[in-house]
Write a protein that binds this ligand. Sequence first.
Ligand code: TZP
Ligand code: MG
Length: 215
Amino acid sequence: MKNKEFPHRLYLVTDEAACLGRDLLWVVEEAVKGGVDLVQLREKHLADYAFLLKARRLKSMLDKYDIPLVINDNLGVAKQCQARGIHVGNTDVPPLEVRKQWPECGLLGYSIEYEKQLASENSLVSDCLALSPVFSTGTKTDTVTEWKLEGVSRIRALTTKPLIAIGGITMENAAEVIRAGADCIAVVSAICSAKDPAGAAAQLRNAIEKAYSSR
Ligand code: TZP
Ligand code: MG
């Protein structure tokens, strides 16, 4: 099954600590030049105002390339910087609440950590679901279910929502994750920590497109 309404294939989730000391904006711009088509600003330690300033800087760069910005788990920042949308986890502000507080939200993502979340109202009102994590990863260690390829296929059979795969995805396994049923691959370290973020993004995008068009 292909998801034509969800056009994004390679999603960069930011983590400044993974950028090897390089400027985050530079890393993201290189990634976009290479083929990233959706960006999430994920800041777990910044105060709201610093988060907002960073989001505004990032958004004005991404606007030049017409690449949408998603804000991780901060509704105030998402609204104030006029992001395309927000991504929330299982323990963040629930999607039902996001819909009430931000009716204009254009892309609402929700992390699926437990299979029982799938049938919930929160999943139903979301625009896309992230299987988190597909493979265990050093980038985020407070995780519960490791979905693996089998989990991606199982969830694919249970929902028509666009599925984003995140966690431990690299050049080596991206194609098989797409073949298992994911519509989009989200990565942190495979791009942020690459010596050449543009080259890494280009290689990933190429592998994803090939796998996607052959399924
Ligand atoms: N959510 C689930 S896994 C993860 C997030 C933010 C981190 C993914 O990082 P990496 O480096 O692509 O494994
Ligand atoms: Mg959270």
